[in-house]
Design a protein around this ligand. Structure first.
Ligand code: SF4
Ligand code: SF4
Length: 75
């Protein structure tokens, strides 16, 4: 699973940036984004966002087969 900021809901308050323990949330050109390479999927940011703009994305492949869960944890 990965976390994602929904641009249409984000009000660019910046609250999430300081809350992220992995410094994975970055602002670029006034838009806030989560760097998937840095995000450790702790979910802290989801509860902190006043606009409910951060969501966990369901992996598209969960349940597709039984090969990968042991390797990737389903994320
Ligand atoms: S806390 Fe929510 S609304 Fe504020 S910048 Fe982060 S994602 Fe956007
Ligand atoms: S889930 Fe955790 S690591 Fe990922 S962006 Fe949110 S606060 Fe940062």
């Amino acid at each position: 699973m990965t976390c994602k900021i929904i641009p249409e809901k984000c009000v660019s308050c910046g609250v999430c940036v300081g809350m992220c323990p992995a410094n994975a949330i970055v602002a670029a050109a006034g838009k806030y984004e989560i760097d998937p390479e840095l995000c450790v999927n702790c979910s802290v940011c989801i509860g902190m966002c006043p606009a409910n703009a951060i969501v966990k994305e369901e992996p598209s492949c969960t349940g597709a087969c039984a090969t990968c869960p042991g390797a990737c944890g389903g994320s």
